[in-house]
Write a protein that binds this ligand. Structure first.
Ligand code: MLT
Ligand code: MN
Ligand code: ZN
Length: 289
């Protein structure tokens, strides 16, 4: 199983175009940049799937040698897209994929519903490419021998879809290939027994690293939105849990631009490393098995 972490920032990216917070200002000054959350994964190194479709997708694809078309053709190694949610930072990149000959989209029924009703992007790009909306529930075998399981972690709807019913609005994916297991959970509201079951036996976990602390956004922007109220367990509260799982490699991703840990020289990194965890890097490649 091979993975390329295409983007490691939460919605807005780092720096965010309209944000002058300390972190964004420093990032602009020092040339630190993180693009929005997205992953490419393959069971055999030949057939690839995107997990989430970030607004930065075009640049991310062009920077990934594995995802280039075969010379002289328009044959892409991309077999489809799996969505962990219908949030805009995970779906706007679908527009970028409209040049594809066909576009299988795997997501929960709730997410598909949002992409047909409140944000009818599937219908819009259906005029350009052959969209196939596949409901993903439980286990599924994908091309290249990759097995994927979707497990619901949150029922927080995107702001544009507040009125829509249903459950399964944010999932974690558990991938198995070459006998190894990777969990991708860019949105995690709480570390509970259900999450323990999701990560049971995982070699690698890519985890929600949106905020370092519960009140980070209040300090940075004055907005009164604690991390947990936004469906994101702060990194500081995940670290003691991670320390209990020394056999598993944990990398934080989906970092908000206010998160000091988005910077390579953050003093707070000592605690992350002390717990045995890492901060995912842009373009980072993981090879399992
Ligand atoms: C989230 O991760 O909570 C959402 O993407 C938030 C947003 O962009 O509105
Ligand atoms: Mn997000
Ligand atoms: Zn900022």
């Amino acid at each position: 199983m091979r993975v390329r972490i295409l983007g490691t920032a939460a919605g807005g990216g780092l720096p965010q175009w309209n944000c002058g917070c300390r972190s964004c200002s420093r990032a602009a000054e020092l040339g630190v940049a993180r693009s929005q959350d997205c992953l490419a994964i393959s069971g055999d190194g030949t057939s690839w799937y995107l997990v989430n479709a970030s607004p930065d997708l075009r640049t991310q694809l062009l920077a990934s040698p594995e995802l280039r078309p075969a010379p002289g053709t328009r044959r892409t190694p991309l077999e489809g897209v799996l969505l962990t949610s219908a949030e805009l930072d995970h779906t706007l990149g679908l527009l970028t994929l409209r040049e594809a000959a066909r576009l299988p989209i795997y997501a929960t029924a709730a997410v598909h519903q949002a992409l047909r009703q409140a944000f009818p992007i599937a219908d819009v790009i259906g005029n350009y490419t052959q969209v196939r909306q596949e409901v993903i529930a439980d286990r599924r075998l994908l091309a290249g021998g990759l097995v994927v399981e979707a497990v619901g972690v949150s029922d927080k709807r995107p702001r544009y879809a507040r009125e829509l019913p249903g459950t399964g609005w944010a999932v974690a994916y558990r991938f198995t290939g070459s006998g190894r297991r990777l969990v991708y959970a860019p949105c995690l509201p709480a570390w509970n027994d259900a999450f323990e079951r999701i990560i049971d036996g995982a070699d690698v976990v890519l985890l929600d690293g949106t905020f370092h602390t519960e009140d980070e956004l209040t300090h940075a922007s004055g907005s009164d939105r604690p991390a947990r109220s936004m469906g994101h367990l702060p990194i500081r509260d995940a670290l003691p849990e991670i320390a209990r799982h020394p056999a598993t490699r944990f990398l934080f991703t989906h970092l908000n631009n206010t998160n000091p840990l988005a910077h390579p020289d953050a003093p707070e990194l000592a605690d992350v490393h002390g717990a045995g965890a890492e901060i995912a890097a842009e373009g980072q490649v993981l090879v399992l098995g």
